[in-house]
Design a protein around this ligand. Structure first.
Ligand SMILES: Nc1ncnc2c1ncn2[C@@H]1O[C@H](COP(=O)(O)OP(=O)(O)OP(=O)(O)O)[C@@H](O)[C@H]1O
Ligand SMILES: [Mg+2]
Length: 272
């Protein structure tokens, strides 16, 4: 079998003396959509930061299209064809929507029609209306659409989204899921971290659950859908916990209430 587009093996990452990832294995094949789940603080963002060279790994390997990424700068890693929609969005307050969508554009021979600002405006008409607005004049949902657009105009071979629906109103969340479904149907390879298990099950081919820095479970979306004990074991979903979405799908966002992300937000990165 040919090597996966992204192949992570025995990955170990620590922040100083505090080890967070303990031997992560992950394969993402071209054209696949993979869901990554897990409770707060289990290491999902650290895995993503490791892939993008934003957290230093001290063991294992991260190969993308056969090339080792560990040791490369975040900029070099992005130029290999990876794009990140980071946790917390991280749009630039002093750049306009249109500037975001043109400053990061890169034509890549990934096949198909390249993503450009006009195509992003078709995908998210709200952004077209806001094209002259600065990043700090956008609603949370608009910022999230912009973060996705900014990642797409680099025409990535692999798109990674870290909790792109977090903190958004239900209708806006649905717009993000619609966009991901469309991207998937167009053949985009996607790794998506989210807490809305039902939506992940709908959209992804395979799922992985991270628990304390290890892959605790992996399987098909159908297997995850069929085994609700996994949901409660690894995500503490409680029926009636007050995190239902408009389609009646339970979600996990509610368990994050009261948690502040701002402390962990760092400068814009990984999208250039
Ligand atoms: N910059 C940092 N320095 C030190 N520890 C960190 C840092 N970032 C994260 N951690 C710790 O690493 C662990 C994993 O955090 P991480 O952000 O990867 O989890 P996560 O699965 O993405 O959680 P969430 O669902 O809340 O986004 C946590 O214990 C967290 O406190
Ligand atoms: Mg995270």
């Amino acid at each position: 079998m040919t090597e996966a587009l992204l192949q992570v093996r025995a990955l170990e990452t620590a922040y100083g003396a505090s080890q967070v990832l303990f031997g992560i294995d992950l394969d993402v094949r071209a054209g696949e959509t993979i869901g990554l789940l897990g409770r707060n603080g289990m290491g999902k963002t650290t895995l993503v930061r490791s892939i993008f060279g934003l957290a230093r790994s001290r063991g294992g390997s991260i190969r993308f299209d056969g090339r080792e990424l560990i040791g490369l700068s975040p900029d070099r890693i992005a130029r290999n064809g990876l794009a990140l929609v980071p946790e917390g969005r991280q749009v630039f307050p002093n750049l306009s929507v249109h500037e975001h969508l043109t400053a990061f554009a890169a034509r890549r021979g990934a096949g198909g029609e390249p993503w450009t600002a006009p195509r992003i405006y078709e995908l998210f008409p709200r952004l077209a209306e806001r094209r002259a607005n600065m990043g700090n004049q956008l609603s949370g949902g608009e910022q999230q659409m912009l973060a996705i657009g900014r990642a797409l105009v680099t025409n990535p071979r692999l798109l990674i989204l870290d909790e792109a629906t977090e903190g958004l109103a239900p209708l806006i969340r649905e717009e993000i899921w619609r966009c991901l479904r469309q991207l998937r149907e167009a053949g985009q390879t996607i790794l998506v971290i989210d807490k809305y298990v039902h939506r992940l099950v709908d959209i992804a081919d395979r799922q992985l659950i991270v628990e304390r820095g290890r892959i605790a479970w992996s399987g098909s979306s159908a297997e995850l859908d069929a085994d609700r004990s996994l949901w409660s074991r690894y995500s503490r979903l409680r029926p009636g916990s007050g995190c239902a979405d408009p389609a009646g799908h339970a979600g996990l966002a509610g368990i994050q209430a009261g948690r502040t992300r701002q402390a962990r937000l760092r400068g814009p990165a990984g999208t250039a």
